[in-house]
Design a protein around this ligand. Structure first.
Ligand SMILES: Cc1cc2nc3c(=O)[nH]c(=O)nc-3n(C[C@H](O)[C@H](O)[C@H](O)COP(=O)(O)OP(=O)(O)OC[C@H]3O[C@@H](n4cnc5c(N)ncnc54)[C@H](O)[C@@H]3O)c2cc1C
Length: 472
């Protein structure tokens, strides 16, 4: 039987379920189709479980050094089963929360694999969604006025480097039952560095192999350099400018792989390999061939309101590429729904999106890097302030890192803010707000920052832009 909707959303990840809630708030009759679990990658295989593991690793690493705080403990050890159990409980609680929100919003959730049909007896336009139900019931036919494709992404691997045995992506790594004694991480981007930090804190011997000449290569160069220094300080081996050669993979009691490093072939051996070389959009098997929707370089193409070539079919989140982040996916979902409802939303300025890395130390940024600013022709001035001179950082026992502000010498606009150090992922929103409000470094500096707080580093970095830092 066919059911009519104002909106059907394909995929119940962060992008899809948030879009569904906004649609329900705006009075649209909405259905959400999810083949797996509501909450998607972020809740089940991404943001939340990885941060739960990172937190346990952080607690373990800190407890081992508790004597520095005058607190003496004995026999500190990790029960990884308990660590995983804690992670599972957090995910379950949030999963229930999302299910509750769907009920509260009177959103019809269809558990199954959705596919877009072409023009049919149900509608002269493509966009009817056929759902192959997980419970084996007859396919549901949903006939919507609008569709949002939010099918997300999955881990990418290197051609020839098949996943299985001792070779994992983040999906398998999250389900590990034991901490490996040693691990090779292929890819030193955000996910790779979070895993490197976590596993090193749990006591594993970690080697990161990165193709670029620096880890986290999309961040400001000074942040990469400081992250590399601090990862090495915790024992992580980092190999940059290294091209992994998948054909050299050998698996036995251990696993080994070679990489071409600055013209030389080097072999690396460990108990496991984690491949973290990016994510691939889920564009296959969802019926795009029944539509005029364009796919370029593996991602669905949209305009600034997330309309595809079929103007009543929208696409949001990881499936359209760009910044593959949960908060980006959900914001895109809100803009798409508001556009559908005729609410005239603002297109997203991606330059205002904060990006976070939850390693220890954390890193966070908003806006452009110093190099990008120079490439774009700005006359740049910068202010930098170290956490070493921040009382609260010393109290915390975490004084590595700094805040760096990149500003335009001519207009005083803040072009970018880059941070590495304690709790910077919670502090970046001040910089984000400053950018949204088009604040100058002077205005940030004169937002009197309470003492003692870590946020004083932001105020001081803002003063440092004009050479006026008080404690620097
Ligand atoms: C290890 C890891 C850590 C991460 N950490 C962070 C972080 O700290 N912060 C952050 O912002 N981002 C993080 N991310 C990225 C974040 O998870 C994604 O950007 C986000 O989940 C994208 O949301 P989405 O809704 O576009 O897609 P997804 O969350 O991937 O959801 C898509 C959903 O669609 C469903 N689906 C697909 N095809 C169909 C179909 N045909 N029918 C029905 N359902 C379908 C899938 O089952 C899935 O549930 C992390 C990712 C990983 C892998």
């Amino acid at each position: 039987m066919a059911e009519e909707y104002d909106l059907v959303i394909l995929g119940g990840g962060t992008g899809g379920y948030v879009a569904a809630i906004r649609a329900s708030q705006l009075g649209l009759k909405t259905a959400l189709v999810e083949k797996g679990k509501l909450g998607g990658t972020c809740l089940h295989k991404g943001c939340i479980p990885s941060k739960a593991l990172l937190r346990s690793a952080e607690v373990y690493a800190q407890t081992k050094h508790s004597e520095d705080f005058g607190v003496f403990t004995s026999d500190v050890s990790v029960n990884f089963g308990k660590v995983q159990e804690r992670k599972g409980k957090i995910v379950d609680q949030l999963h229930k929360g999302v299910q509750h929100l769907m009920k509260q919003g009177k959103i019809d959730v269809f558990e199954g694999m959705g596919r877009i049909l072409g023009p049919s007896i149900f509608s002269p336009m493509p966009g009817t969604i056929s759902v192959e139900m997980n419970n084996g019931e007859e396919n549901a036919m949903l006939v919507p006025k609008n569709v949002i494709v939010a099918t997300g992404s999955r881990p990418r691997t290197l051609p020839g480097l098949e996943i299985g045995g001792k070779v994992m992506t983040s999906d398998e790594a999250l389900a590990m039952e034991e901490i490996p004694k040693s691990i090779i991480i292929v890819g030193g981007g955000v996910i790779g560095i979070e895993w490197a930090s976590m596993l090193a804190d749990f006591g594993a011997d970690v080697t990161v192999i990165e193709y670029s000449d620096r880890i986290i290569p999309t961040e400001d160069k000074e942040i990469s350099k400081e992250m590399q220094r601090l990862m090495k300080k915790k024992g992580v081996t980092i190999v940059t400018s290294a091209k992994v050669l998948p054909e050299t993979l050998k698996q036995g009691d251990t696993v080994s792989i070679s990489a071409e490093v600055k013209g030389e072939q080097k072999e690396f051996t460990a108990e496991k390999i984690l491949v973290s070389v990016g994510r691939q959009a889920n564009v296959e098997g969802i019926g795009l061939e029944n539509t005029d929707i364009q796919v370029e370089k593996g991602y669905i193409v949209t305009n600034e309101f997330f309309q595809t070539k079929e103007s009543h079919i929208y696409a949001i989140g990881d499936v359209i590429g760009g910044l593959q982040l949960a908060h980006v996916a959900s914001h895109e979902g809100i803009v798409a729904v508001e556009h559908i409802a005729g609410e005239n939303p603002h297109p997203i300025d991606y330059n205002l999106v904060s990006k976070c890395i939850y390693s220890a130390p954390e890193a966070a940024s908003v806006g452009i890097t110093e190099d990008q600013a120079k490439e774009q022709g700005f006359k740049v001035k910068t202010g930098k302030f170290s956490f070493k001179a921040i009382g609260k950082a010393l109290v915390f026992g975490e004084s590595d890192g700094f805040v760096k502000i990149v500003a335009d010498e001519e207009t005083n606009d803040i072009l970018g803010v880059h941070m590495i150090g304690p709790h910077v992922t919670d502090m970046i929103s001040e910089a984000g707000l400053a950018k949204v409000l088009d604040a100058t470094p002077w205005e940030v500096a004169h937002t009197i920052h309470p003492h003692p707080t870590l946020s004083e580093a932001i105020g001081e970095a803002a003063l440092a832009v004009d050479g006026k830092a008080i404690h620097g």
